[in-house]
Design a protein around this ligand. Structure first.
Ligand code: PRP
Ligand code: URA
Length: 209
């Protein structure tokens, strides 16, 4: 079974409180989501491999560590996942960015795919799928299935808030995919929204309904 990591760092919890607040406007919401994504990226990349290189300081030669091996791809699930990309690119500037467009049908809650553009060498990359919300898990499950169909092998999922139902569903569908969240909330309501959650992430990021 995959690993589920809740990243309960005080800075992340502090910022998440303002993200949840319905009185936080789009500009602050966007900035806060970006900042939390950057802080989470620190933890999500914790087990990346390093290699030793020789560096000459102004004083002497020394052995240092740099990131080794595999390259990274960040794959946001459109639209809301886009809000996490800039923050992650600040920490991993060499990462390539793929896009998967999915929306959740309001009645059936089933994800509908409308776009997919990925780096050509996706099978060689460490992939971090981003989406602020993991509700029923349908969108994340479909996005990960699509990535696997395109050859992706090493995939992690990074969300701000998850419902227990969504976490369980992703673990069952993709037991090889580790999940990172800032919070696992209480439950889903009858409309499939996370409780207490933050409302509709895409609408709050982009100011649309
Ligand atoms: C939201 C969210 C996830 C999905 C989560 O996207 O960003 O992608 O719902 O729900 P699920 O786990 O039940 O699939 P939405 O479909 O509202 O599209 P948007 O990002 O374009 O607003
Ligand atoms: N999508 C959102 O944006 N918010 C939720 O609470 C559930 C799905």
């Amino acid at each position: 079974m995959s690993k589920v990591t809740q990243i309960a760092h005080p800075l992340i919890l502090h910022k998440l409180s303002f993200i949840r607040d319905k009185n936080t406007g789009s500009k602050d919401f966007r900035e806060l989501v970006e900042e939390v994504a950057m802080l989470m990226a620190y933890e999500v990349t914790r087990d990346m491999k390093t290699e030793t290189v020789e560096v000459e300081t102004p004083i002497c030669k020394t052995e240092c560590k740099i990131l080794a091996g595999k390259k990274v791809a960040i794959v946001p699930i459109l639209r809301a996942g886009l809000g996490m990309v800039e923050g992650m690119l600040r920490l991993i500037p060499a990462a390539k960015v793929g896009h998967i467009g999915l929306y959740r049908d309001e009645k059936t809650l089933q994800p509908v795919e409308y776009f997919c553009k990925l780096p050509q060498d996706i099978e060689e990359r460490d992939i971090i799928v981003t989406d602020p919300m993991l509700a029923t898990g349908g969108s994340a499950i479909d996005a990960i299935s699509l990535l696997k169909k395109k050859g992706a092998k090493c995939i992690r999922l990074m969300c701000l808030i998850g419902a227990p139902e969504g976490v369980k569903a992703v673990q069952e569908a993709h037991p090889d995919v580790d999940i990172y969240l800032a919070s696992i909330d209480e439950k889903l309501n009858e409309k499939g929204y996370i409780v207490p959650g933050l409302g509709d992430a895409g609408d709050r990021l982009f100011g649309t309904k």
